[in-house]
Structures are given as C-alpha cells and as structure tokens.
Design a protein around this ligand. Structure first.
Ligand code: C2E
Ligand code: CA
Ligand code: CA
Length: 757
C-alpha cells in the first residue's frame, strides 16, 4: 500500500546523488591539486632564483673588492709617471728612481719595473731582463685601458720561484705616444689573502682564473697556473677556458673531486680575471627534491583521495542499486516477491518445466476496503502481513512461489502432480487456514481464485499473466457469495469471460440502439389485493445474445461502472411512461426504480436525477427510489441520499432488507419510508411442503411489528405461494411483490394488469 510508494520515492531521490557527489569531489580535489601544485611550483622557482641571486650578489661583492685592490695598486704607480720623465732616462737613473719609489710604494708590491717597447724590463732591484718571450709590448698596450693586469707568471728566481702577476700603466712621451709601461709585480698570495679574509661559509669554494682558464686561486694547489677540464663526458665541454669566454652567469659543471657544482662566475673589471664560486649542486638538488617530494606527496594524496572516493561511491551506488533492486523484487511490507518479480519467476519456472502441471492461486480479502477504512491503514497492513505469513507457510511446504501485488492481492504458483489431488489438498488447507484466522483480532475472510497450467501439448500454453487473469476472474465469480471461499477457473468460466468481453464491447452501442427496456412488476396491497405500485426492472434484448436478465449483465456493469449510465437510462424510460399515463389521464401507480451501489456522491446523483425528472411534468410522489446498503459507504452518505430524495418529495425504499449486508442498525439510522424484505426471508422460512417454519415466522413477525413502530411501510419480495400470502396477511405486512401475483410485465401488459386490478 502506501508503504511501497514511500519507499520508492526516498530511494530514487537518494540514488541520484552519488554520481553528482563523485563528480563534485573530483573537481574540487582536482582544483585544489592544481592550485597547490601551482603555488608549489612558483615557490620552488622563487627559492631557486633567490638561491642564484644570493650567490650572484656575493660574487659581485668579491669582484668589486678585487677590482678595488687592482685600482688601488695602479693608483700607486701614477705618481711615478707624473713626477719623472722615465722614458728619457738613462738605465742608471731609471734604476735609481725605481728603487727610490719602491721604498715608499704599496708594500704589497714585490718590485717595481719599467718595460720598454722591446719588452726589456728593468726592475727596482737593479736587474733587467728580456721578457719578449712571455709578454709582447703590443699586447700590453692594446689591453691597457686604462691599465693592464698581466697573466700569471712564475718569477725567474732560481731558488724560490713565485707565482706573480703585475699591474702596468702605459707611459707616454711628449707627443702623447705610448713608449713603455711602468709596473709592479704582486704575489698571487696577496689576492688569496684578500679573498680568504672574507668568509664564505661551509658551502662553496672560490676560484680565480684568467681569460685563458688558468687558475690563480683554486683549492687544489696543483691546478694553480693551469686550466681545467672536467673528467666526466657530461661536463667535458665546460672547461675553465670555456667559462672564461662566457658572460657573467651561472653554469652546472663538475669540480676536480668529481662533485657536481653550481658555478657562479663574474668578470673582474680592468682585468682578464674571472672570479667564481662553486657550491655543491646537491644543495639545489635537495631543494628540487624537496619540492618534487611535496608534489609527489600531493599527487599521491590526490590519487588516494580519488581512490577512496571511488571505492566509497561504488559501495554507495552498489548499496542503493541493491536496495532499489530489493524494492523492485521484494515487497517491503511482507518480504514476499513483488508481483512483477513473481510473474517473471513463475514464467521461468513454467518454461523450465514444460511437462509439469501448475496451480496459480490469486487470493484477496473479502471487503478489504472496508477493513482499511474502519481499522485504518496500519491495522490493514498488519492484517496483510499476518495473511502473508499464513500463505507463505503453505507455499513453502509445497516449494512454490508467492508474491504480493496491489493491497491485499496475493499470488501463488505451485507445481502439482495431479490437479485432483492438488484441489483436495487446497480444500484441506483452506479449512485449516479458516480455523487459524479465527484467532486473529479482526475477523476476515480470504477468497481464492485458482487457475491451472497444463503440460505443453494441450493447446497453447497461457502466460502467467493469462493465468492470473483467469484466477482473478474465477475469484470474481464468488465475489457476492459469502459461503464460497474459492473458485476454480474452467472452460465454462472461459465462456463466461468471452461473454463478458462481448457484453463490455457492446454495451454502449446497445444503449444507443435501445436494446435495453424496462419491465414493471406490480406491487399488491395485501388488504385490498389491488395494485398499489410497481418496480421497474431492466432487461436487455440483445440481437446477438438474446434476452438477458439483469444478473447476467448488472454485476459486470457494476464492475466497469456502466451501471450508472444504465440507471439514468431506465429512469428516463420510467418517467416517460408515468408521464404518458398521467398526461393521458389514465390510472397510474407510483413506480420504484433501482439505484445501483455505484452511485457514491449524493449531490452529483441528485443533480443528474433531477435534470432528467424535471424534463417531465410528474408529481414526485409517483416515484420511489430503492436504495441498497453499501458495505464500504458510511451511513452518513446513505442518509444524505435519503434526505436529498425526501427534500424533493420522492419516497425511498430500503431494498434487499435482511439480506447479507443490511443491518438492524440502519433501521433507526436511515430514514427510509419503506422496508423491502429480501426474498431470502421467505425462501429460508418456507419448508418443502410449502408451510412456514414457526421460528422464522416469529422472527419475521417481530420485524414487521418493529417496522410499524418505526412508521415504515413493509413489502415482501419474491412471494410465490398462497401459504406465503396467508402468512404475510396474518402478520399484517403491507404489500407484496412476486410471481404469485405477477411476473415483471411490459408497459402494455402492466397497463392491462392495472385495469384488471
Ligand atoms: P431486485 O431489486 O431485488 O429485484 C427483484 C428481483 O426479484 C427481480 O429480478 C425480480 O424479477 C425478481 N422476482 C420478483 N418476484 C419474484 C418471485 O416471486 N420469485 C423469484 N424467484 N424472483 C422474483 P430481476 O428482474 O432479475 O432483477 C435482478 C436484480 O437486478 C434486481 O434485484 C436489482 O437488484 C437489479 N436490477 C434490475 N433492474 C435494475 C435497474 O434498472 N437498475 C439497477 N441498478 N438494478 C437493477
Ligand atoms: Ca429492487
Ligand atoms: Ca430486492
């Protein structure tokens, strides 16, 4: 019932979500990863730039310091040129001046000297030598802008040769032409001590080389005065000479110990020197690897998150799908199969066993709607669960299938060896079931429709849907019979089905073609024995099916709703008849018309009833409406029907009083004018010899007395014998209707009958 639909709704709302959720999460994680790795990348390049920059700054600082020293040395040479015309001097004078100047020159100088155009150098210590093999005057001149710093040379002292370099300043003659150069030699250790005075920290070594790649300063003493080519093939091209050709900058190479280093180099102005700092490349590598680690960690995290998310989602989706499948296959209220699943499973079972016989049983509860309304949905659900357990126990014993459809509908499919034996067993089971359910709080009665599936070869095999249709139809045939609990579907029923189908297909046309007509059964006053009224009873004269009595088509019309249309059709016929009689001044009696149970809305009914009635000019007291009690309708509605009819001046009779559904209760509750006692009263009170059973007689008499007390007219239906008439006369029943006086008559015959009575 409602439980089922609720379930589906909740599930379908939830099950939409997981996919959206995964997508959103992946997008968010992707976004976070992209942003974070972007930030990491930027921060990495920033760190590295910073690293490079700081070394470049240090290096530049050192270069400036050295440059400052060089300028300083050169400056101390300038006064010599200014004060003396060196180029005009004799050798002795020159030596004297040099020696003199040397005494108060910068103490770093090892000596002072003068070089002439022929590269003959005269030193302050008095000796002179030819240096044309190592130093050409032209080279000095061409590079002397504004002064010249020499390459590294080894001093020519035999006992203690030193590595020296010299600073030279050009000497101009009167005409401004360069004629020689004044210079001073300096020990390389001077510069070394300058650099050593500045601490570099643990990382990094400092090198100084000239433009030929020869080292002035190098941690490896063996490389002093020599150039260097890395050993490994990877860096063999990055020789010290190659570096000296490069503009200031940075390069990765290998130092003599084979370690990879970041080499920063800077050309010192006014010289052909290049200052370099080498730091282990592992430092940068560490920075790189730190970032790489962070990035890998991030990616791993992302992958992990994604995997967890996907697993989680798969589990969730799986859960929802299995839940959904469960509700598609399993009825959440009873845990039985759903009807859809029952049908597929039963169909498979049937196909697997083409040589077997099967029983299909459809079961529901008599008046379940009534139980639902009276006890509420919760109690009704409990009842369904209770019945499902009872049925399931039976099915389990027989290894069959059981499912639940809408509301109280159950379906059972079992394999049987013999149809006869199966039915016998079912009868027994049904008795036990009826015994069992007596103990249940609410009294209820299940009813069953049973159809059969015969082995292949006995004509075309029906589908499970066909079988359900057949069982359902069989069950519908006992709908109004309280005493029968089950019905079997057979070929006789099949004919009935076909007939019903035919009727349904033809009813509308029949109404249009005027195939329905009305008979009138007289009502006789027992005292005067005169006609005091008549009941209008419908008939169908079908060209294809012949003359049909109401019980052949009315139950079907009640099921498909066509009865409402037919009722109004009958009313119109009846009003036309009354109208004709009155307008032609003929004798006429009130006519009662039947109102089907299907009319459930009093106002709507009244509106339609009046719109037909008002087409005619008939006093309303010529019309009586026979109403029926309805098990599913509350008494208020029935009372409203009666009140509305009374308001318009119509008389109201309670039809079939005393039959199964009516109750004494309504005698006081519903203000009907007439009580129409059901035929079963007389049938069950009359013995085979025609006499009236005394107990029944007393009961009937009590009812008549009671009715009179309540000021209600009484009429008995189905009076067939003289004995019955006598009895009814004795107990002062007002009217009778029955074959004893007359069968239902055509209009013409009824008019005749009225004239006679
Ligand atoms: P009902 O309203 O109880 O009508 C009385 C039924 O008893 C009629 O059957 C009538 O022919 C039958 N009957 C009368 N006297 C005797 C008798 O002495 N012995 C026996 N055995 N039967 C007798 P009918 O005409 O076959 O109608 C059957 C039912 O169909 C009616 O029962 C009524 O419920 C329904 N019906 C008939 N016409 C209409 C109609 O126009 N509208 C609606 N809604 N129902 C109708
Ligand atoms: Ca009736
Ligand atoms: Ca009746």
């Amino acid at each position: 019932m409602i439980t089922k639909t609720k379930h589906f709704k909740v599930l379908s709302e939830k099950s939409k979500n997981p996919f959206h959720w995964i997508l959103i999460c992946i997008l968010v994680i992707g976004l976070i990863t992209t942003v974070t790795s972007g930030v990491l990348k930027r921060s990495k390049s920033k760190t590295i730039n910073h690293y490079y920059q700081s070394y470049s700054f240090i290096l530049e600082g050192f270069s400036q310091a050295i440059n400052y020293y060089l300028i300083n040395y050169r400056s101390s040479l300038l006064p010599i040129i200014k004060e003396h015309k060196i180029y005009n001097m004799s050798q002795e004078e020159l030596i004297e001046i040099l020696a003199e100047e040397f005494t108060h020159a910068n103490p770093d100088f090892k000596n002072l000297f003068y070089m002439d155009k022929n590269s003959i150098i005269t030193f302050s210590d008095g000796h002179s030598d030819d240096y044309s093999d190592v130093l050409s005057f032209d080279t000095v001149i061409s590079k002397a802008h504004p002064f010249y710093v020499s390459e590294l040379v080894t001093s020519r002292e035999k006992d203690n040769p030193e590595l020296l370099f010299s600073i030279m300043n050009p000497v101009h003659d009167d005409k401004g032409e360069i004629v020689g150069a004044i210079g001073g030699s300096l020990r390389i250790v001077t510069i070394q001590s300058v650099l050593q005075s500045i601490k570099l920290g643990d990382i990094g070594a400092m090198y100084l080389q000239d433009d030929k790649g020869k080292f002035f300063i190098h941690g490896n003493k063996e490389l002093i005065g020599k150039s260097y080519t890395p050993n490994s093939t990877k860096y063999e091209k990055i020789t010290s000479e190659f570096i000296s050709q490069q503009p200031d900058g940075h390069i990765i190479t290998e130092d003599p110990s084979g370690e990879e280093i970041d080499l920063f180099f800077n050309h010192i102005p006014h010289s052909n020197w290049i200052l370099m700092i080498g730091t282990p490349h592992s430092v940068l590598k560490e920075i790189y690897s730190d970032y790489t680690k962070a990035t890998i960690l991030l990616i791993c995290l992302f992958i992990l998150c994604t995997i967890i998310l996907i697993i989680q989602s798969i589990i969730t989706i799986h859960y929802f799908i299995s839940q959904k499948l469960k509700t598609v296959d399993i009825d959440p209220l009873t845990n039985l199969l759903t009807r859809a699943r029952f049908e597929t499973d039963a169909q498979k079972l049937a196909q697997k066993n083409p040589k077997s016989k099967f029983l299909l049983i459809e079961c529901d509860i008599r008046g379940f709607k009534f139980i639902n309304q009276n006890y509420g949905g919760e109690e009704a659900d409990k009842l369904i669960v209770y019945l499902s357990k009872q049925l399931n126990a039976m099915v389990k014993e027989n290894d069959g299938l059981i499912g639940r459809g809408f509301a109280d509908h159950f379906y059972i499919f079992v394999k049987v060896t013999s149809i006869h034996r199966a039915i016998a067993e079912f009868k027994k089971y049904n008795e036990t079931l009826n015994e069992n359910i007596k103990s249940y709080d609410i009294s209820f009665f299940p009813k069953f429709g049973i159809s059969f599936l015969m082995p292949v070869g006995n004509g075309p095999r029906p589908t499970i849907q066909d079988l359900i249709g057949q069982a359902s139809f069989a069950k519908s045939t006992i709908k109004d019979n309280m005493l029968v609990h089950y019905a079997l579907y057979n070929s006789h029923l099949l004919k009935a089905v076909n007939r019903e189908r035919f009727i349904e297909n033809n009813m509308e046309a029949a109404l249009q073609n005027g195939e329905f007509f009305v008979l009138y059964q007289p009502k006789i006053n027992l005292i005067s024995e005169k006609v005091v009224g008549a009941e209008a009873l419908v008939r169908w004269n079908s060209p294809k099916l012949g003359l049909l009595r109401p019980d052949e088509f009315i139950p079907l019309f009640e099921r498909n709703g066509f009865i409402k249309k037919l009722d109004f059709y009958v009313y119109k016929k009846v009003f036309t008849f009354i109208n004709k009689m009155i307008s032609t001044n003929q004798k006429m009696v009130p006519i009662s018309v039947n109102m089907s149970r299907n009319h459930s809305k009093p106002e709507k009914f009244m509106h339609e009833f009046l719109s037909i009635f008002n087409e005619f000019n008939i006093p309303p007291n010529m019309v009586e409406v026979e109403i029926l009690e309805r098990s599913f309708m509350n008494e208020n509605t029935l009372k409203t029907f009666t009140d509305l009819l009374h308001q318009e001046g119509f008389s109201v009779a309670m039809d079939d009083f005393g039959s199964g559904e009516s109750s004494l209760n309504m005698l006081t509750q519903i203000p009907v004018d007439v009580l129409k006692f059901d035929r079963t009263f007389l049938v069950s009170s009359t013995a085979d010899d025609g006499s009236i059973d005394s107990t029944s007689a007393n009961f009937i008499e009590t009812l008549i007395v009671l009715s009179k007390d309540l000021k209600k007219q009484t009429i008995f239906e189905g009076v067939e014998t003289k004995e019955q008439i006598e009895f009814l006369k004795n107990i002062e029943c007002d009217q009778v209707q029955g074959y004893y006086f007359s069968r239902p008559l055509t209009e013409l015959d009824f008019v005749e009958y009225m004239k006679e009575h």
